[in-house]
Design a protein around this ligand. Sequence first.
Ligand code: HEM
Length: 378
Amino acid sequence: MNAKISNILRQGLLAAALALGAGVALAQTEAAKGPPAGFTAPDLPKPGDSNAERAKSQPGNNAPFWGSVRDSGDKPGITTMSGPEQGVLIQSFVKYPGSSFTTAGEAWRQVRNRWILPYGGALLVIVVVAIGLFYWRKGSMGGHGADTGRSVERFTPFERAAHWTNAIAFVALAVSGLVMAFGKFFMLPIIGSTLFGWLTYALKNLHNFAGPLFAVSLVVVLLTFIRDNMPRAGDITWLKRAGGMFGGQEVPSHRFNAGEKVLFWAGVFFFGLIVVGSGLFLDQLVPGMLYLRGDMQIAHMIHAVASLLMMTLFLGHIYMGTIGMKGAYQAMRTGQVDEAWAKEHHELWYDDIRAGKIPAQRSIPTDPATMTPRAPQA
Ligand code: HEM
């Protein structure tokens, strides 16, 4: 009985296979006959096709259209846009350091998003962590000698006004710049596009207005402090021993030590002028320029790199001026330091004051009768 059933199944399968084979053979014979009468095959796509021609050979393929939009960098077309790049919809191909050879806008995007932001952001984080570790292990520096109660004028009101203006503008620019650069990655997912849109719009305007204020105050700061930041004997020794920051005695220095001088020349002068120059160019405030897109992209990359390096340098400076060194912030707030502070941190400057070469109080008091000696600090 079982053998009978399996025999029937075997015969059925054989018949089905034969029928399938016959069907395939029939179909192949039909195909071999070619297309139906009257059918003309579309041309194969050709490199120089117009969009209409390509739509016939490959319906829905708009490559020729986008190709000519991209080539508008070489062959100007007609647009309602004004300016020297009229008709250039997509810039021509270029290769910036770190980008592939592609349209300039895309090449700029690649450099910014693949190099400047990840590495610049990582550098900032590393410096913040290093400063945090330094503070954790060492705490605030200084404060070893008891205060004498005798004050020395470290900054005149004019110097403080210049320094504060510059510092406030710097912080406003740094915060707004950081949100413009990194906010899309860290804030947008948390606060949502509406709030993020308004915030970046407001901060972008703050950046544009704080920029010129920073530029002017930077020049004032440079001129005000340049004399005391000139290199002098002893600066190399200070640098070799890192000012005694990592142990040992603090290395004697004049009004500004070699570390402060490096910050002045590298941070304020070098990066300051690059950041201000590129920033004013981006704001289109430099007269007589064409402001072509390619130039704006280069200015933007320079601005972003220089401002990230500048922020890195100033993080150390801000740390020292606030929690890193006892008594330093008071000098920025009141202009006065105790003689003990001057002796501890700037001994050669203190010696010059004691020797009468530099007046202990440089600004002229408006009403000497109202001036009272400062109480010793704990
Ligand atoms: C005269 C001073 C400055 C001017 C005129 C200025 C102007 C500008 C402009 C126009 C942009 C482009 C914004 C955009 O993409 O729409 C920009 C971006 C930026 N600026 Fe400034 N800026 C100045 C100073 C500074 C300073 C001092 C810093 C840092 C402390 C800074 C940090 C940044 C950062 C991080 C960006 C964003 C870069 C990016 O998104 O890739 N800027 N600035």
